[in-house]
Design a protein around this ligand. Structure first.
Ligand code: HEC
Length: 506
C-alpha cells in the first residue's frame, strides 16, 4: 500500500476530524492522586499474567468464563487462551512448567520508530509460533530441529534474503535448503522468489513440506504461512537498584494475532484495491471492520487480532470492540507492515546472541547496533533527522536533549554512539521511566483507553484538536519508509487513494 500521500496532506475521513484521542490534551495523570516511586515499583513488579501460585491467570479465568466477558453469549471463550510461559531456553524456545515446549519462540527486533521506543512509553516483547505442521517431522512427531529450519525459511521469506542456520544435513530432511542443486550440508536457507517456469524453489521441511508438495501449504515471499501466531506483551518499565531500566513483570496489554486465511499476493492486491473503493464510496471516508467478539477483529487481510488490557483493578481483561478496532488502524491498510505484521521483518540476526532468537529478559537493548534501511542509511538517525525529535509528538525532551543541540541540530557524537548501541536512544532515564509508569497507571485506573493509550506526561502542544482535513501538512516531499521506495518486482503496490475522497467537511 503506497500511503506516502498521507505525509503531504491531512487526508483524514471527515468523521475523524475532531481528535478522538482526548487523553493527549487532558492526560489522566493530571487528575490522578500522586503515587510514590516505591509504590510504582512494587506495582509494576507484580505480575498480572501469572497467579501467585504460578499458573496463567487468564487461562484459569477464561475457562470459567465471567458472563461479562462472554460478548457473543455462547457460554465459552472462542478466542486465544494465553499459553506462553515466558520461560525461554538459550535458543529462545519457550517451555511450560513441566518442561513441555509450547511452540512459542522469542525473538529480538529493532523496535519500531516513535511510539514503540521504550522511552516513549512501554517495554514490549514479541513471540512467534508456527502452525503445528511446521513444527513436526514428516511422520507428524514434534521435532525442534525441523521447527528451527522452518522458522529460518519463514525468516528468509520475510526478509527476502538468505538466512544463516546451524549446519543441517539436507539428506535427512529431503530438501535442498541452500538451493545449490544437491542434498548436502546446508549452513543457510537461500532466498529465491518463485517464478513461473523456474523449477525447485524454496521449501518447508517436515510435515508441512509434504503438504506443500500437495499444494496444501503454500509459501510466498513476504508472506507468513497459514496458522502463524504472534504474541506481543506491552509492559510497564521496571527500574533496578542501580537505576537500570528493564521490562517489568506487569503487562499493560497482551496482544495476539493469528493468520487464519491464506491470501495470495493477487488476493491481497485485490483486497487493497477494494478497500480504496470502499473508502471512496463511503459516506464519510471510513472503512468498516466487524468485531468477531471473543476472537477479536479480522483485518480483511488474513489476520485475526485480539487483545487483553489492564482493568481498573490491575488484572487483564478482554478488549472491547472499540478498543479492538484500534488494532486494525496499524495492522491494516498501511505501508509499513510486512503481511500486516511489524516486528519479524525487523528481527535481529547475524552477529547477535543466538542469531536474534532471544527474549529481552535474556539480553537487553544495550550494545545492539543501529538498524539500517534498505538504502543502507542508519534507520534511527534518519528518523531523528527527518522528524526533528525522538517521538511522534516531539515532546520527549529527555531524548531530544540527548540528540539535539540548542540550535535544533543533531549532535554528531550522540549519533556516533547510537550506531553501535541503540539503548542511548531507546531507553529512558529511571526518572522518566517512573513518570511514564505513573501516566500509564492513571489511564488504566480511569479505564480511558478509548481516548488514547499512550502515556503522555502533560497536555500536548503538538496535536490538532480538530484536524484541518485535506489541507496541506507543509511537508513538501514524502519520505520513503524503511523498505525504501515501493514498486519493486515482487511487491504489489496499490496506491492508497484514487483521487479526492473522504475529507468532506461535516
Ligand atoms: C499505533 C499502531 C499500533 C496499534 C494501534 C497496534 N499495534 Fe500491534 N504492533 C505495532 C508495532 C509497531 C509493533 C511492533 C512492536 C515494536 O516494534 O516494538 C506491533 C506488534 C504487534 C504484534 C507482534 C507481531 C508484529 O506485528 O510484529 C502483535 C501480535 C500485535 N502488535 C497485535 C496488536 C493488537 C491485538 C492490537 C490491538 C489491541 C495492536 N497490535 C494495536 C503497532 C500497533
Amino acid at each position: 500500500v503506497d500511503d506516502a500521500d498521507l505525509q503531504l496532506s491531512f487526508a483524514l475521513p471527515a468523521a475523524a476530524a475532531a481528535n478522538p484521542w482526548r487523553n493527549l490534551f487532558a492526560p489522566p495523570i493530571a487528575r490522578a492522586a500522586p503515587v510514590s516511586d516505591r509504590d510504582v515499583l512494587s506495582y509494576v513488579r507484580e505480575s498480572n499474567y501469572f497467579d501467585p501460585s504460578g499458573g496463567i491467570t487468564l487461562a484459569r479465568v477464561l475457562r470459567a468464563l465471567p458472563p461479562q466477558w462472554d460478548s457473543d453469549h455462547d457460554g465459552r471463550w472462542n478466542g486465544y487462551i494465553p499459553d506462553a510461559w515466558f520461560h525461554f531456553d538459550e535458543r529462545g524456545f519457550d517451555r511450560a512448567a513441566d518442561g513441555r515446549a509450547t511452540g512459542w519462540r522469542a525473538f529480538a527486533y529493532a523496535p519500531f520508530l516513535g511510539a514503540f521506543f521504550p522511552t516513549n512509553g512501554a517495554m514490549d516483547d514479541v513471540l512467534i509460533r508456527l502452525d503445528p505442521a511446521l513444527r513436526e517431522d514428516a511422520a507428524g512427531k514434534a521435532d525442534e530441529r525441523v521447527y528451527a529450519v522452518n522458522l529460518a525459511v519463514v525468516e528468509t521469506l520475510i526478509s527476502r534474503a538468505d538466512v544463516a542456520i546451524e549446519p543441517v544435513d539436507e539428506r535427512a530432511l529431503g530438501r535442498d535448503l541452500d538451493l545449490d542443486g544437491r542434498l548436502g550440508r546446508a549452513v543457510r536457507v537461500a532466498f529465491r522468489a518463485p517464478q513461473p517456469g523456474r523449477a525447485a524453489g524454496m521449501h518447508y521441511v517436515g510435515r508441512a513440506g509434504a503438504l506443500q508438495d500437495r499444494g496444501e501449504f503454500p509459501l510466498g515471499p513476504g508472506l507468513f504461512p497459514l496458522g502463524t501466531e504472534f504474541l506481543h506483551s506491552v509492559r510497564y518499565i521496571d527500574v533496578g537498584a542501580r537505576g537500570q531500566v528493564a521490562i517489568a513483570a506487569r503487562m499493560k496489554e497482551l496482544r495476539y494475532a493469528k493468520k487464519v486465511r491464506w491470501l495470495t499476493p493477487a488476493d491481497l492486491k485485490a483486497r487493497a484495491a477494494a478497500e480504496v473503493t470502499e473508502q471512496a464510496e463511503s459516506a464519510d471516508g471510513v472503512l468498516q471492520f466487524l468485531w468477531q467478539f471473543d476472537r477479536g477483529i479480522y483485518n480483511d487481510q488474513g489476520w485475526l487480532l485480539q487483545g487483553f488490557i489492564e482493568a481498573a483493578d490491575g488484572h487483564l481483561r478482554p478488549q472491547s470492540y472499540e478498543e479492538s478496532l484500534a488494532c486494525v488502524g496499524c495492522h491494516g491498510e498501511i505501508g509499513a507492515t510486512t503481511d500486516s505484521m511489524f516486528a519479524f521483518a525487523r528481527k535481529l540476526g547475524r552477529g547477535t546472541p543466538s542469531q536474534g532468537w532471544f527474549h529481552w529478559t535474556q539480553h537487553d537493548l544495550h550494545g545492539i547496533p543501529e538498524p539500517r534501511r534498505r538504502d543502507g542509511r542508519y534507520e534511527y538517525s534518519f528518523y531523528l533527522a527527518n522528524n526533528g525529535a525522538a517521538d511522534d509528538l516531539r515532546e520527549n525532551h529527555e531524548a531530544w536533549e540527548r540528540f539535539f543541540d540548542a540550535g535544533d541540530a543533531l549532535k554528531p557524537a550522540a549519533l556516533e554512539k547510537l550506531h553501535t548501541d541503540v539503548s542511548v536512544l531507546l531507553l529512558p532515564s529511571a526518572a522518566r521511566a517512573l513518570d511514564l509508569d505513573r501516566a500509564s497507571m492513571a489511564i488504566a485506573r480511569a479505564q480511558a483507553f478509548a481516548a488514547g493509550r499512550e502515556p503522555v506526561l502533560s497536555p500536548t502542544q503538538h496535536a490538532h484538536q480538530r484536524a484541518p482535513v485535506d489541507e496541506k501538512t507543509g511537508v513538501a516531499l514524502a519520505v520513503d519508509g524503511p523498505m525504501g521506495p515501493v514498486g519493486s518486482e515482487d511487491v504489489a503496490t496499490v496506491t492508497r487513494r484514487p483521487g479526492p475522497r473522504g475529507g468532506r467537511r461535516p
